[in-house]
Ligand binder design. Structure first.
Ligand code: GLN
Ligand code: ZN
Length: 603
């Protein structure tokens, strides 16, 4: 199993300094011999089948890319002595790439029939000579497969393909291992779930059902009834989203003036993204609480002590907008899921997030409601300790949904609006408790962007609407911040602008000046904090380096709208690193405030 040559090149980035117009796919002819050698080596070892993953084929491909698919697989299939080739796709339908692939001599093609439809297969005559690996068991969610529906799809594929094999829609990397371990879940919910082990059993079971199913003639009559126990009817139409006017705040200049008068921040205000180091001791206290070894009261005291420490540290370092440090949060999504109705959390349901980092995504299975305020007491406590503004810290509706397993009986948009409703209530309560800056993080905004252009605009429209619904109850003088980290913010800057947050902080310390080089940045009309401290590394930037990054930013942004902040939360760093780095951020900001170019009000 290896990534296929077309995806390998399509997802590669041209090295800096490559000639203009160069695309990695131009090097296909150099890459194919390497694949050929690999396949020959596998054949020599007696390997009968090789799987080449080509998920990039479910994106919008142009003629050149389709030609590359054809050329690549014609060539890899040419040697007589090679394993049979299985080209797998995932995360959507193959569309125009399917007839192209089917026209090559590859032996098997994997199609995602959960996200993609059967329509792609219609009229592709060449499939009659292939094995189609029909991905009818979802590898991206935790729901049991609807047997009837899956079998109907398999029977339809059988009419078109030489042979059908049952499969998952993508690798099972995205789902937890085994439902058996989750003994604490509500039995009603548990009956609806399947984790990786259960999904493998479903594949086996469906293959047996398909084997014993009557032939093609009978299958065309198959209907697709709902699975028992799953509500296909809309369980709630409570929140279909507001009319745009309801989600609008005053024009930005009006708010900016009100905030400047109220917050009285210096130019180039220094702030952080929210979390402070999660010490081992703090995590141990959380674990002891969960295990019942530490009482609520004692835990509460522990968290308050941490908040007091973080506030005192920020005051001492001279930051301008403080945070409470998020010591009570195990994870920025799970914490909210634990305090909202409609979510369940697992005990062992770990999945890989990126690299070696893992999370336990919550399961959003019912209507979402906020029974009571979630973060207010922590933020209000922090604010009671200082005269500087403390920024309340919330996770946005899109990110909460993107990093959860989500019910599939409602359109995603409706689910996001239910969550937005809960976040809106929290923003309102924070404001009522005297908090004048609230950050609503949306690092996953870009993650849910549909892979094909056709759906992107619509998605961005409702995602932005949901964010605005969550934040627009705030009065003019309440400053709304947002933070996007993994997002390639440049690509969706227009949507980021449409979020209408007063201040946006983005990851850019790692991607260097790329973001600032985006033409759209010039048109960005609100506060912007390009990250000037790469928190993904233990390295502490010097004040001089931070100053250089800020000077570069000042060439594109007016001083009145530039913020000084790290590029993400500090929770994975140590206090030693954080203290040194933040001191340098403050020093660099203060030095620049003294220069003429940086006069203005930070709002
Ligand atoms: N407020 C969160 C934190 O600081 C944001 C984390 C993130 O963007 N992933 O930890
Ligand atoms: Zn981040």
């Amino acid at each position: 199993m290896v990534v296929g040559p077309v995806t390998f090149l399509l997802l590669a980035q041209a090295a800096p300094g490559s000639p203009a117009g160069f695309a990695p796919l131009d090097r296909l002819a150099d890459v194919l011999p390497v694949y050929e050698r690999l396949l020959a080596d596998l054949a020599a070892e007696g390997v009968a089948w090789a799987q080449l993953d080509e998920p990039a084929l479910v994106t919008d491909l142009g003629e050149a890319e389709l030609a590359a698919v054809r050329a690549a697989y014609e060539r890899l299939c040419a040697p007589a002595d090679r394993p049979a080739l299985f080209v797998a796709s995932a995360f959507g339908g193959l569309g125009r790439a399917l007839p192209v692939l089917a026209g090559t001599p590859v032996e098997a093609i994997g199609v995602d029939l959960v996200r993609g439809g059967l329509d792609d297969l219609a009229g592709v005559e060449a499939l009659a000579g292939k094995t189609v690996v029909a991905g009818v068991v979802s590898g991206r969610d935790v729901w049991r497969t609807d047997r009837e529906r899956a079998l109907a799809a398999l029977l339809a594929v059988r009419e078109r393909a030489g042979h059908v094999a049952v499969g998952t829609s993508c690798s099972l990397l995205h789902v937890p291992y085994d439902l058996e371990a989750e003994t604490g879940l509500d039995p009603e919910l548990r009956r609806r779930l399947a984790f990786a082990d259960q999904k493998v059993a479903e594949v086996v079971e469906l293959a047996a059902l398909l084997d014993s199913a009557p032939g093609a003639a009978a299958s065309t009559a198959s209907t697709v009834p709902a699975a028992p126990g799953r509500t296909r009817a809309h369980a709630s139409l409570r929140t279909r989203g507001p009319a745009p006017a309801q989600a609008a705040r005053s024009p930005y200049p009006v708010r900016a003036a009100a905030q400047a008068a109220h917050l009285r921040l210096p130019p180039l205000p220094v702030t952080t993204i929210g979390s402070f180091p999660q010490t081992g001791e703090l995590r141990a206290a959380g674990a002891a609480l969960a295990a019942g070894e530490l009482g609520e009261e004692a835990y509460e005291q522990r968290v308050r002590a941490e908040i007091a420490h973080v506030v005192a540290l920020q005051e001492r370092l001279g930051l301008d907008v403080l945070v409470h440090g998020e010591p009570e949060r195990n994870d920025m999504v799970q914490y909210f899921a634990e305090h909202l109705d409609g979510f369940a959390v697992t005990r062992h349901g770990w999945v890989q997030s990126y690299g070696s980092r893992c999370t336990r995504p919550p399961i959003l299975h019912g209507d979402v409601r906020r029974p009571e305020p979630i973060t207010v007491r922590w933020t209000a406590y922090a604010q009671s300790l200082t005269d500087k503004p403390v920024k309340g810290m919330l996770t946005g509706p899109v990110t909460i949904v993107a990093w959860s397993f989500v019910r599939d009986d409602l359109p995603l948009r409706d689910v996001v609006f239910q969550v937005a409703d809960a976040v809106r209530a929290e923003v309102r309560d924070l404001e009522a408790a005297g908090v004048s800056v609230v950050q609503v993080d949306e690092p996953a905004l870009r993650e849910l962007l549909p892979l094909r252009r056709a759906g992107q605009e619509e998605y961005l429209r409702w995602a932005v609407d949901a964010y605005r619904w969550a934040t627009s109850s705030a009065g003019d003088r309440t400053q709304i911040h947002t933070h996007l980290c993994y997002s390639d913010a440049g690509q969706i800057l227009a949507a980021v602008d449409a979020l209408d947050a007063d201040v946006t902080s983005v990851e850019s310390a790692r991607s260097g000046a790329r973001l600032l080089g985006e033409p759209a940045v010039k048109g960005f009309e609100r506060g912007l904090g390009p990250g000037v401290y790469d928190i993904h590394s233990p390295r502490v930037p010097t004040a001089a380096e931070v100053g250089e990054s800020l000077e570069a930013a000042l060439r594109v942004l007016p001083a009145g709208r530039l913020w000084v902040n790290p590029d993400c939360g500090l929770k994975t760093r140590t206090y030693e690193q954080v203290e040194a780095a933040l001191a340098n951020l403050v020093e660099a900001a203060r030095r620049l405030r003294g220069t003429a170019g940086a006069a203005g009000s930070g709002a």
